[in-house]
Design a protein around this ligand. Structure first.
Ligand SMILES: *Cc1c(COP(=O)(O)O)cnc(C)c1O
Length: 478
């Protein structure tokens, strides 16, 4: 497919700008560029076709089933987009006088209140732009807390070996040493190993529950107790809240701070690179350290304030505000009944699909799951040479986006399936049929599966080269 630069023809364009009605300003010569930027010049219709062609080459939630584990690729209602597109929100300037943005402050304040209720936290900042950024911010909260008590010996963060890769990465970026805690044979935290690892140098623990194998760790109260008794704090990775929102609260499990991925659980389409939002919530003891500014309701209306011992800012202004608008629209639409119903549906759908596949595929843990389940194709790979990658690629031929592959690392030849609550029983039945059919193909014609997909615009790109030597700039001829 041609790039925009290759479609460009000198003199073409699609802009019809009105005559300039403000006085021209002249700049110093030294501030002006010598040559015009080489932007593509293209007619509107060709531009439209270019992006339509690109859109057809990809697979989104509107194209078909998208069970990408740990990513919660659910359908995000259009009405939330409409709310976020209201000019009263989109035309705001972050430096406007406060009395002119009372509605926007109310959005932030109300979303904070509702999400604190869902997580069992006391305060929340919407500044972090995504999940990993939220983790980083939460870790800075933990550090500030220990520093404020003059406790400088706490340099280590405990992270289970099943954790999402961003956890150890964020801990290292925040200047902590990462200590890996092994899992037990049920994919949960090994309590004895945790007891051995926790001590006077423990700053905290990072945990996601349900964990990355889709199981709820029933020892959670004991886990957080062990860390607290050692003097550490507990951080909850709430990127995947879809299984427990309205059902169980990290605050009640003993966690001191948490981040959420509004772009996974709370209705912002994602996968294309943003914008996202990774708000960080915390218990009252950590609130003085939250990023500034925060919103407060007073008799005269909403105002901003700076928490006494704030860590400062982790991003400009208030974070990705329009993502918060979408989350609030979603929360208010579903309400107190709809939120727990959504998470119950997510868990039901995952268990339904898991049961349909369990006779043929090997589940890595043979127990009811939460919002997602993990299969291991190690046996299949051993017997037939067909790998998790081959099965994932073949699914594309049937209009199904592959599950998450080769994650979590503690499961070999892993496929991690998250159907989400927005899928119908018919879709799940069809998906199960496809999964089972591919297994038959693996037995009859393993070679054919190594070549899959057969009906996609691209089949097997060289992912290593794409990651190591990405071509990010267009090289003009001459
Ligand atoms: C997606 C995810 C993250 C990271 O979120 P980003 O917004 O991609 O930075 C962290 N933890 C878990 C468990 C996740 O699924």
């Amino acid at each position: 497919m041609k790039l925009l630069f290759e479609r460009s023809r000198s003199g073409r364009g699609s802009d019809l700008l009105p005559a300039c009605d403000v006085p021209a300003v002249s700049f110093d010569e030294t501030l002006l560029r010598g040559t015009a930027p080489r932007l593509p010049e293209i007619a509107e219709v060709d531009l439209g076709r270019h992006y339509t062609e690109l859109a057809k080459q990809t697979h989104g939630v509107n194209d078909g089933f998208y069970p990408l584990g740990s990513c919660t690729m659910k359908y995000n209602p259009r009405v939330n987009e409409e709310a976020a597109a209201l000019p009263g929100f989109t035309q705001l300037h972050p430096l406007q006088p406060l009395e002119s943005v009372q509605g926007a402050l109310e959005v932030l304040h109300t979303a904070e209140k509702l999400l604190c209720e869902i997580t069992g936290m006391d305060g929340m900042s919407f500044q972090p732009a995504a999940g990993a950024h939220g983790e980083y911010t939460g870790l800075l909260l933990i550090r500030k807390y220990h520093q404020s008590r003059g406790d400088s010996a706490r340099t280590k963060i405990l992270v289970p070996d099943s954790a999402h890769g961003t956890n150890p990465a964020s801990a290292a970026m925040a200047g902590f040493q990462v200590v890996s805690v092994p899992s037990n044979n049920m994919g949960g935290v090994d309590l004895d190993a945790l007891r051995r690892a926790a001590g006077p140098d423990t700053a905290g623990l990072m945990l996601t529950n349900p964990n990355t194998v889709g199981l709820f760790d029933a020892n959670i109260l004991e886990i957080t107790r062990i860390v607290h008794e050692a003097g550490g704090l507990c951080y909850y990775d709430g990127a995947n809240l879809n299984a427990i929102m309205g059902q169980a609260r990290p605050g009640d499990m003993g966690f001191d701070c948490v981040h959420l991925n509004l772009h996974k659980t709370f209705s912002t389409p994602h996968g294309g690179g943003g914008p996202g939002s990774g708000p960080v919530g915390c218990k009252a003891a950590l609130e003085p350290f939250l990023p500034a500014p925060r919103v407060r309701e007073t008799e005269g209306g909403y105002t901003l304030y700076t928490p006494e011992e704030t860590m400062g800012q982790v991003r400009s202004f208030y974070g990705n505000f329009l993502v918060v608008v979408k989350a609030l629209a979603y929360l208010l639409t579903l309400g107190r009944e709809g939120i727990p119903e959504a998470s119950a549906g997510a868990v039901l759908n995952a268990n339904y699909l898991m049961r349909k596949l369990a006779g043929a595929y090997t589940m890595s843990y043979d127990t009811p799951c939460m919002h997602e389940f993990v299969m291991t194709l190690e046996g299949l790979a051993h017997d037939s040479g067909v790998t998790a990658m081959d099965v994932a690629k073949r699914l594309l031929d049937f209009g199904i986006h592959p599950p998450t592959m080769y994650f979590p690392l503690i499961v070999h030849e892993a496929l991690m399936v998250e159907p989400t609550e927005t899928e119908s029983p018919e879709t799940l039945d069809q998906a199960a049929e496809v999964f089972l059919k591919i297994l038959e193909e693996a037995k009859a014609d393993p070679e054919g599966l190594h070549q899959a997909p057969h009906h996609c615009p691209i089949g097997r790109p060289d992912e290593v080269t794409a990651a190591r030597n990405p071509i990010l700039r267009y090289h003009f001829e001459g």
